[in-house]
Design a protein around this ligand. Structure first.
Ligand SMILES: [Zn+2]
Length: 120
């Protein structure tokens, strides 16, 4: 499944960040998903808990921030694209073949879990 492999790669990246910070676990993470990426946020959050099992991200809360698409219209400059209309300026319909934002999939924030002292 597409979203499961995405969840796994996010977990990889997040685990790396945890290691760099000397943290054992994360309690939450936020990812930014472009509206024009092929990722379905609901499917990603649904796949995450299973994928996180046995990793430092197990039990962490996943939040997805959706990033709207931004194109560049020759007349209107930067415009927020309407997914239902395709890569066109919503004002004048001119093609905006270049996505300036909206196709990203990136880790935005990790909340490190407080070390559980009773566990030590
Ligand atoms: Zn325009």
């Amino acid at each position: 499944m597409h979203e499961a492999s995405i969840a796994l790669s996010l977990i990889d990246v997040a685990s790396e960040v945890l290691r760099e910070n000397g943290a054992a676990r994360a309690s939450a993470l936020t990812v930014r998903v472009g509206q024009w990426s092929s990722v379905v946020p609901e499917a990603l959050t649904a796949a995450f808990p299973t994928c996180a099992q046995g990793t430092p991200l197990e039990g962490a809360r996943l939040s997805v921030v959706t990033v709207p698409g931004v194109g560049e219209c020759p007349v209107h400059g930067r415009v927020t694209l309407d997914v239902t209309r395709g890569l066109r300026c919503p004002e004048c319909g001119a093609p905006t073949p270049t996505l300036l934002a909206g196709d990203e999939l990136e880790l935005d924030e990790i909340e490190l879990a407080e070390p559980d002292l009773e566990d030590v």
